[in-house]
Design a binder for this molecule. Structure first.
Ligand code: ADP
Ligand code: MG
Length: 247
């Protein structure tokens, strides 16, 4: 594919079934370099599944995903996904490794980077988010907010072209949410390309370039934050927004 428009991820007519259940229905989405796409929508609508299709955790039955203009295939996905960061709702840190080891394991084992260089790089990442005194802690010694920031560093340590976030703050105590959002905002304004599944509307308002409302395996609409919050969207989006603002 010609990639003159700087697309990092392009999804074309993606369909995914779990058995006979149609989880993703003919979804297309374009994410360009430097954009932050926020995806929201009801639980069970297929948001996680879509992220999992992008980074090869789940297979799909039809449609195409392009990464930096190249079609993803079963053959090249292993290589491509090393440049696609993923941050999960429940952190998924390796429990038997220290924070530092969690961040350096993939650069050392997968990218074959020199241990010292990987550790130096990790150290500067920890410093940036104020966790340099937590590098030798194991996950069980860390708070949820610290674990999630370390999970973000783990994604960044691979020098990714895009980071996918799947409800990164929804398992956190309220007072920890802002620390994680702060790191994500900083990442977005520094130019990282991101897809963020979240219902943190303040974050969406501040840094999203696009907000997509997802329902029943389909994209209902994609809007700029201005249009989205002005209530120019569909009736369905308005009802959803009212529900989450009034909880
Ligand atoms: P969301 O992230 O928007 O809450 P998911 O992508 O997790 O939604 O799920 C979309 C739909 O697919 C849901 O109905 C869910 O029950 C179903 N689903 C998710 N994972 C599986 C699976 N491994 N097997 C069968 N059905 C699944
Ligand atoms: Mg989900």
């Amino acid at each position: 594919m010609n990639n003159s428009d700087n697309s990092v991820i392009r999804i074309e007519n993606l369909s995914k079934y779990y058995g006979s259940f149609h989880a993703i229905k003919d979804v297309s989405l374009d994410v360009h370099k430097g954009e932050t796409h926020v995806i929201c929508g009801p639980s069970g609508s297929g948001k996680s599944t879509m992220l999992f299709c992008i980074n090869g955790i789940e297979k799909y039955q039809s449609g195409h995903v392009y990464f930096n203009g190249d079609l993803m295939t079963p053959k090249n996905i292993r290589h491509m996904r090393t440049k696609i960061g993923m941050v999960f709702q429940h952190f998924e840190l390796f429990p038997h490794l220290t924070a530092l080891q969690n961040v350096t394991i993939a650069p050392i084992k997968i990218q074959k980077r020199d241990r010292e260089e990987a550790e130096d790089n990790a150290r500067s990442l920890f410093k940036k988010v104020g966790l340099e005194n937590r590098m030798d802690h194991f996950p069980y010694q860390l708070s949820g907010g610290q674990k999630q920031r370390i999970a973000i560093l783990r994604a960044l340590a691979m020098d990714p072209d895009i980071v996918l976030f799947d409800e990164p703050t929804s398992a956190l105590d309220p007072e920890m949410v802002k620390d994680v959002l702060y790191v994500m905002k900083d990442l977005s304004t520094s130019g990282m390309t991101m897809i963020v599944v979240t219902h943190e509307l303040g974050f969406a308002k501040e840094v999203a370039s696009h907000i997509t409302f997802f329902e029943d395996g389909q994209i209902v609409e994609t809007k700029s934050p201005d249009e989205f919050f002005r209530g120019n969207g569909s009736e369905r989006t308005k009802i959803f927004l009212n529900n989450i603002i009034n909880v």
